[in-house]
Design a protein around this ligand. Sequence first.
Ligand SMILES: [Zn+2]
Length: 449
Amino acid sequence: MIEARPSRWRHRLLAAGAALTLSLGAAVAPATGAVANPKSTLPSGNTDYRTLADYENDMAELAAQHPTLVKPITLPYKTTSGRTVRGIEISKNVRANDGKPVFVDVGMHHGNEWPSGEMTMEFAIDLVKNSRNPYVSKLLDRARVVIVPVVNVDGFARNRRQTDTNTDMNRNYGLGWLPLSSAGVAPWSEPESRNIAWLLSTRQATVFNTQHTCIQVVLYPPLQLAAGPAQDTERLHRLASAVAAKYGPTYRALPSAEDYETTGEAIDWAYYATRGLSITSETCPDPGVARTFQTQVLDTYAAHRSAMFEALETAADPREHAVIEGKAPKDAVLRLTKSFDMYTSPYAQPDGTVRPTSFTTTLSSDLDIERSNGKFQWAVNPSYRPIPAYQADGVRGNQTGFYTEPWILTCERPDGTVLQTTRVNVDLGKRVEVDLKQCKRDFHRKDVR
Ligand SMILES: [Zn+2]
């Protein structure tokens, strides 16, 4: 839990000449234009928690003022109470659909964990404000950052952990799902968890971070001891350790199952479906320290910033993903898809049997060929997908293998006409060249439909 909502100050004018202009609240702007509260070390200059309107205004203004760097996104499913979930993408030439590796960073699966939204939003503002800094600039050349600061909007509006169906959305993801008391009436019953599945299924997220409070850990799959270690445990641990080290010496990196056992969390489905490195970052002040905006946000942000740059560097690192490259006709659309069944844990079904429920995960992302020479490089997750413990016949832990299913690559006209379909297998850290001659030959032929 966090403390009750304090009265708002809303001093948020930045120093004159700052790269970023944020809206003034209804109240009190200092006449000088100086930093409102010199104690705020945040990129926004804020000294208090945001409201939902503040988050939406901040994202809208970043996008409006930096149209080549920031693009607004709207997640497809409205919340149970009809609210819209919004985010932003940040990258150089952000509107080009150009195949950069993607770092997805989300806050507030739990609506009462306000610092998790603040951390996420401040990092977005930080990236934009410092986009001309050589280090940041290079990262934004190489990678795309997708930020959704408040994924459980209803929960945030009511300052409570659950969604408006009284579900803990971080128990509602389908892989390994169990009907725990707050896991929802069915796997994927919540629009909020389906939104995150959409987010990660429609882009090549090589790293996924979900921000929480209030313990000092960075967690990675699996969620249950019976599942056994993830195939990429070494890589997951390396990332989680690097992130934890930035938060401080008292932070630990470990498999989620060794912290506490549960099912249906975002990171488990995300890793086993996409093979993107998926972590839960929990921040908290040291034991005995009061939990305030000062201790949970102002005093934590500098470490969080370093931690997220670790995650972003990993997302951009070609050793941590795969690359598909080649030449295609200018203006063609390339699409990479994969569809497969996944399973919950076994549980008592309405017909009295105890068995898992299956669901289909479809990954589908695309790239636009914009260069006149048609050359492209597409950073993707490897085609080899880790075999999860949750199977049609129950929990089969300690899997070590990978499914060898390929990516299905289609080369299309902008109107969706498929001119060529090819299967691509590509392993971690590898590059593969695809031959799209048929697509090139037929792209401008009127008789090929
Ligand atoms: Zn949480």
